[in-house]
Design a protein around this ligand. Structure first.
Ligand code: AHR
Length: 656
């Protein structure tokens, strides 16, 4: 999915511009307000924006990972989700057959010492029903199976007698067969790993995996996995979702949470060590903040791999011995500090080091460049935060002097009482407040740690399920971060993903189900900031009686061939604005050829995108035929516009 570069609306606008000789943008609108926006692009006033200003925040929330970007189709693949006490709930697994033909229960006979629960299936029937009896897994609200695609089934099986198992992918009622294979299992007292490729002969978005047999006897199952073969770079990520991440050109990836890192209770917090190594051996865990089980196929290693695949700097948010409800006393925090140092050795150590060798064995001998860590999440007010923080800070500084450490305590309006390279800043609020918060960092001290605005969004009624209104306030807020990027070094939106079947947290930027996805207006708004990281920012002034409804910024940036002056402006009000844009101090002439305007707006400020109308509120790009050092444009009500003025290579060359 991309912005609607050649939609009918674009073509109409282009033709309109052509015939009207360059009158532009919402030209059919009656502007009731006027404004003048002046950019001073002289080099001596320009400042470089930090290279990693805009990135993304990925939290395992809303089934963003399990049942989301992690392409595993089986949910609860190791039968551990019901807990260690057997018999346990096998949900979402279910049984094919009745009480007289089959008896299924968990026991603790697995061959994997860290996840001992397995499934014992006793087939009671001599003459089983046609099609056999067995078990099925519906995945995460149904498996998306696509015609012609190959799916790799892996499972661990034990059977004392020789049996034949049929593995099939079927529709949710079991009636449509999409792929199947029969696998003979020789009788043995030990576990066997079975692997089978299944080629789909049809498409069904809500399929299930079945394992059935007609043979009387007992069979045990464990670690049953079904993965599509075509994942991003073969790394296990859902390609279409990764491509939406790539479209944001994120400069960093903050992971794996959020509150997910903390847990309601420490015993349920994210433990990196439990999420690495062979997937079969990972115990999985129940994330008690967002209330779901994860098999931890998407573990610490995979997050590092994802950062690399996105070309984004990894930002590892680790648990600092504090959850929502319990805390480790600073006097007893030493093993937690050691655990985090081990995680850093896992990422950065040589392939010969203790933990680096584990990483190498997983297929990545080269270190992952972890340069930032956040010491906890939203824990500043907790009793042992400062004590624990200092223990982590000192140990990491000593072992890895180059790692930048992020404190949970807000230093935007007063100095910190502890050392830090950056401090975390989260804001979820209504649209008017966020719009006005574009000036928040104007007043921050220019000394001391830099701000990492790692979660921002409009929420509650103004956000709907991703409204234009929210995106406009957020865009205004981001123009303020750009201007203050001498003290704000990094920023990322609220959680990136939501599986439509589990919207625990709202708002989010990308909505998906098993086979579809779309960006909310907030997602599209962020695409207009993707060129800002590392660009030059210029001072601007806005003169208008309407200026309290406007927010803007100006940068110069370059693609592989050209330089552009980009002026972004939010019209947060309900009036159209006749805007004069003038740029002084440019080092090159403005070229109309290659100059564009991109507008994010819609008929109603609460408009949203949806699966049925994913492109209702997306940026529309058109040629800017009147592009010049001074130009007149009209801003639509409730709109966010990005003008890209193409700059000729130099005034002299262009004039020759
Ligand atoms: O983004 C959702 C939650 O909001 C995060 O887990 C937490 O950091 C914040 O409170």
């Amino acid at each position: 999915m991309g912005s609607r570069e050649s939609s009918p609306a674009t073509i109409f606008c282009f033709l309109l511009l052509f015939f009207l000789g360059g009158k532009c943008l919402a030209s059919e609108l009656e502007a009731t307000q006027t404004a003048v926006l002046k950019v001073d692009a002289s080099p001596q006033l320009a400042r470089q924006i930090p290279d990693a200003l805009f990135g993304i925040f990925f939290e395992e929330i809303n089934h963003a990972g399990a049942g989301g970007i992690w392409a595993e189709l089986v949910s609860n693949r190791g039968f551990e989700a019901g807990g260690p006490h057997t018999p346990s709930n096998i949900d979402p697994w279910s049984i094919i057959g009745d009480d007289s033909s089959i008896f299924v229960a968990t026991d603790r006979t697995s061959c994997f010492s860290r996840n001992t629960v397995a499934l014992r299936m006793e087939v009671l029937c001599d003459n089983c029903p046609a099609g056999g009896v067995g078990i099925y897994n519906p995945g995460f609200w149904g498996m998306n199976i696509e015609d012609g695609k190959i799916y790799n089934l892996v499972m661990y099986v034990k059977s004392l007698e020789t049996v034949e198992l049929t593995v099939s992918i079927t529709s949710s009622d079991g009636l449509q067969n999409l792929a199947s294979a029969t696998i003979p299992v020789s009788g043995a007292s030990n576990w066997t790993k079975l692997e089978q490729k299944l080629v789909a002969k049809g498409t069904n978005r809500t399929s299930r995996l079945q394992i059935t047999t007609n043979n009387k006897g007992v069979v045990w199952f464990d670690q049953v996995s079904l993965m599509p073969l075509d994942t991003y770079k073969g790394h296990g990520f859902r390609t279409e979702l990764i491509s939406m991440m790539l479209d944001l050109k994120p400069r960093f990836l903050r992971f794996p949470g959020g509150c997910f890192v903390e847990g309601e209770w420490l015993r349920n917090a994210f433990r990196w060590r439990e999420t690495i190594g062979p997937w079969e051996e990972r115990p999985g865990h129940f994330g008690d903040v967002w209330h779901y089980w994860t098999d931890d196929g998407l573990g610490y290693y995979e997050f590092l791999q994802l950062s690399e695949d996105l070309g984004a700097a990894p930002i590892w948010v680790f648990n600092n011995g504090i959850s929502h409800n319990d805390e480790v006393d600073t006097a007893a925090i030493a093993p937690f500090v050691k655990d985090v140092l081990d995680s850093l050795e896992f990422a950065r150590g040589s392939a010969e080091s203790t933990w680096g060798s584990v990483r190498a064995a997983m297929g990545h001998p080269e270190p992952f460049p972890v340069k930032y860590v956040a010491i906890g999440n939203e824990d500043c007010g907790k009793k042992f935060y400062r004590g624990n923080y200092l223990k982590f800070y000192n140990a990491i500084r000593e072992a890895y002097p180059d790692i930048q450490m992020i404190s949970n305590c807000d230093a935007s309006s007063r100095p910190l009482d502890h050392p830090a390279d950056l401090y975390d800043f989260h804001v979820y609020t209504d649209s008017k407040t966020l719009f006005s918060m574009k000036n928040t960092f104007d007043r921050s001290s220019r000394n001391g740690p830099k701000a990492f605005v790692s979660e921002y969004a409009v929420w509650r009624s103004d956000a709907g399920r991703g409204s234009l209104l929210a995106s406009l306030a957020e865009a205004a807020f981001l123009t303020g971060l750009e201007k203050n990027s001498d003290v704000v070094w990094m920023a990322s939106y609220a959680p990136l993903f939501v599986n439509n079947n589990d919207q625990t947290w709202n708002p989010d930027a990308i909505v998906f189900n098993s086979w579809q996805q779309y960006g909310t207006p907030s997602y599209w708004m962020q695409t207009l900031f993707r060129e800002s990281s590392g660009a030059m920012i210029h001072p601007i002034t806005i003169t208008s009686s309407y200026s309290s409804s406007l927010a803007a910024s100006a940068i110069t940036w370059q693609d592989s061939e050209n330089s552009f002056l980009r002026v972004k402006i939010v019209n947060f009000g309900s009036d159209a604005v006749s805007l004069t844009v003038s740029a002084a101090g440019l080092q090159a002439r403005v070229n109309t050829v290659g100059s564009t305007a991109t507008v994010l707006t819609s008929g109603n400020v609460m408009d949203e995108n949806s699966f049925s109308n994913p492109n209702k509120v997306v940026p529309v790009k058109s040629q800017l035929l009147n592009a010049a050092e001074q130009m007149q444009v009209t801003l639509a009500p409730h709109s966010f516009t990005s003008f890209d003025l193409a700059l000729a290579q130099s005034k002299l060359v262009a004039e020759m």
